[in-house]
Design a protein around this ligand. Sequence first.
Ligand code: ADP
Length: 656
Amino acid sequence: MSSPPGQLPIRPPRTGPWFWRLPLLTILALVSFVGLVTWFGLAQERDERRAMLISDTLWMEQNLRFQFESTGNELLRVGNQFGIGGEIHSDAAQEKIRELLQGDSGLIAILWLDSNGLLLSTLPASAAPIRLSDEHAITVMRARTLNRPVYSPPYAQPDGMGVIELALPVFGTNDFHGYAIGIFSLPKVISRHVPWWFAERYRLSFIDGDGKALAATTDAGSISPEAGFSVRFDHMNSLGIRVDSYRATTRVTPLLVILVLGGLSLVIAWSLWMLRNRVLRLQETESALRAEHAFRIAMENSTQVGLRARNLQGRITYVNAAFCRMVGWPEDQLRGHQPPMPYWPEQDAAMQTIEPLHLADAPTKTAETRYRRQDGQLFDALVFEAPMIDADGVHTGWVGSVLDITERKRTEVLAREQQQHLEATARLVTMGEMASTLAHELNQPLSAIASYSAGCLNALKAGRFDEKQFTDILGKINYQAQRAGRIIHRIYGFVRRSESRREQMQVNAAIREAAGLLEPDLQRRHIKLQLVLNEDLPLIHGDRVMIEQLVLNLMRNGMDAMHDQPDTRRMLRVGSESCSGGVRLWVADQGGGVPAEIADQLFDSFFTTKPEGMGMGLKICRSIAEQHNGRLWFEPAEGGGTSFFLQLPLGEADDA
Ligand code: ADP
């Protein structure tokens, strides 16, 4: 974020990024820890399962071995009891053998061999021809040699059934009788002697010496990839069992824990990240606000404009240093103050009306007023008051800026006085310029009076006294004296006054006065004057002498402009007319016109093209027009020359 020019730089957020990494690191550590614990737990569980698999396998091996042994013993006992001769076919023997075949022994066939190993009988007789082991002869031989039960290597029947052959040497009372051969079906052994809980948890298979499975429990699931465990039976010719555990379903739980924990951690990390961004943004905003605040304070302290805020009840809620300096009251005495304010002039009733004005729902206001400093001194103040609208758009009070305009007012008064002096001086100068003409004009009635009175004296001296003639001459003297008096009166009226005086006045009267003053000059210069006056004009509010001065200046300029024109063109026309909202007067000459290159400078001070000119005439005319809220301008006149127009409003002018 860049700071505005002159504004204090925005400080970076104070909290370093490490602060925000800490919770993230903690979450990471927690997740790792839980992961490790779960992993160890799983490993431990795996080890435990393996240990259980081994012990279950060993137990099973023992169990099966015991079954094989007890079946072998049972078969031997039958053989020994009945002998391999004819008695084995006795009912009792048959009964025993049927029991053996039908019971849980796992035997599918029993063969009786004589002492030479020749087959005497096969039980059950109905059984399909039994395939004997490839090592049948060796097995029988070893049984005889070792004089104990011997197992053949496991092998498969033509239908694929895994079997194992047990050869038992049978003795009668003392003599060797022959052999009993038991064929164990391995699937049958499994189905009879592997308990359900074992088959549910593991797959058990009988394996041969090469580890090839000959029979197995029915599959109850998929096999775990962990290694199974195999064990060989002692003295059972490479027969062994292999136990594989099924894939554990309980593993879902730790995985779920990890997943849920991971998910939750992600959510926490994400929300932390969002929180961090938000806090950083808040910090940035706060920092920007602080800089903005400092910038504002600096601005407020540097400004010379007094600032003041008030709530809707008029109570002061804020003042700046400049306002305190202006009124001389300390901030703590102003803040919270309710009307009447200590800086209101005690006697000033106007104040009571101006200030409560703003309490109403009024738009922005500008008012000139007077305030009182703490030392009692009064000063002029210009107050701009605007409604204070808060962030929700609610009008909560007023903010005012206050300017001490005492000095400005003093300067304005001075300037006005100077302007009046200038105008008065300009009138005197005009009169000075017209002095010879006026003296000549005045000379006429005075010489007439002198010659009339001399004529009277001579007549009296000669003793001629004709009452009628005397009355006639005195009448003429009186007329000439009045004429001289009028001229003097005009001059006196024109130059006498220096201060401005406004009244209801006739524009035509001012035109006639000016024309009267210029009459001798017009005659001297052979200029015809034509007045085109509208006698129904409304009155205007203005200074008669000023308007007269303006008309006189315009007429004199028009006369000057025609000085090199032939007599036929020397015609000055002055007129008045009403216009929308006021009256308009005009002065039109038939001079050379205003050259375009000087048109812009005509109203400038001291701009003149005349050798004896002062260049202040039009400048004064324009300031008179402005003082009357009017407008002065010029246009080329019809038929050559220039027309000057003055438009004045009917309303009251600013009597500045
Ligand atoms: P001054 O009469 O002393 O020169 P003004 O301010 O009255 O001063 O006039 C300034 C100039 O404007 C004149 O010098 C003249 O060149 C020009 N001017 C004024 N009135 C007319 C007019 N009616 N026709 C042509 N030029 C004019």
